[in-house]
Design a protein around this ligand. Structure first.
Ligand code: PAF
Length: 281
């Protein structure tokens, strides 16, 4: 695997690849890689000639400085994992390589930015669009791969790509789960054994909802799901929403694309999860 830490050296290398008419698949990450990230690399490998993975803990998307400080950084283990799955290129820049001091960024992505995660992490999606815009500009990928776990992030990046006419195709890859159902996340590192048990209520509730979706109306299902999560010790619910998959507004019985999304603090760690639901029959 070739590793680059500067934009210029990566761009020069990728230009050569482009002249050979090879396609570039891109997997942007914050590092602390797990099987979920590796599954994105595998998807990318099936559809492209050359795979670039970026590892960059982007400060501008952390609204809480303590969260940024606490974010797991495991670069040596990450490199080993990328080598094991034959990733071709790693881009691992320092902060000053990506930002030159007093940069301003604001993209008007509409109200989706302020819903759900946006309400609990103000400014988060401005930071995400800022860095993904930069990364797309540097890597110029044919296709970029993101996990469904960050469903709202995927929706917002898709909006940006449409608004700015970016020549990149986006692919959303399914959530990778541990055998007990826990959605894989870099933040799971912080869970104590007890937290891990309590955290299962999130995926269990989403599965329960999926299995019972035709049994009741949406407001009643949402209330029951909230009660299930609130009954779990050590879990503090931020939101549980059964939403329109395009707008993230609450879904109703005639909504076509539906996603249930949850965010909760489990012990000291904030987790998110979601499930796509078939429209009511
Ligand atoms: O989902 C992530 O890992 C990050 O938000 C991303 C897309 C790499 C931007 O920093």
């Amino acid at each position: 695997m070739k590793t680059f830490t500067t934009r210029r050296s990566l761009q020069q290398y990728l230009q050569q690849i482009k002249t050979l008419n090879k396609t570039i698949g891109f997997v942007p990450t914050l590092g602390a890689l797990h099987q979920g990230h590796l599954s994105l690399i595998e998807f990318a490998q099936q559809q492209n000639d050359v795979i670039v993975c970026s590892i960059f803990v982007n400060p501008s998307q952390f609204n809480d400085p303590k969260d940024l400080e606490k974010y797991p950084r495991t670069i040596e283990a990450d490199i080993k994992m990328l080598e094991q799955v034959n990733c071709d290129i790693l881009f691992n820049p320092e902060v000053n390589e990506m930002y030159d001091g007093n940069e301003q960024w604001h993209l008007n992505i509409g109200e989706t930015e302020h819903l759900l995660e946006g309400e609990f992490r103000p400014g988060h999606y401005q930071g995400v669009t800022q860095v993904v815009n930069k990364l797309f500009g540097i890597v110029n990928p044919d296709t970029a791969y993101f996990g469904q776990k960050d469903y709202q992030q995927f929706l917002i990046i898709s909006k940006m790509v449409n608004m700015l006419n970016m020549p990149v195709k986006l692919v959303m890859c399914p959530i990778k789960r541990e055998t007990n159902g826990l959605a894989m996340s870099s933040r799971n590192i912080h869970l104590t054994p007890g937290d891990r048990q309590h955290a299962l209520v999130l995926s269990k509730t989403l599965n329960w909802l999926s299995n019972n979706f035709n049994q009741n109306n949406i407001p009643a299902l949402k209330k029951e799901a909230e009660q299930m999560i609130n009954a779990e010790p050590g879990v503090e619910l931020d939101y549980f929403e059964i939403a329109d998959g395009d707008t993230l507004h609450p879904a109703n019985d005639s909504t076509k694309s539906i996603v249930a999304l949850v965010a909760a603090k489990v012990g000291k760690t904030r987790l998110i999860d979601n499930i796509l639901l078939s429209p009511k029959s």
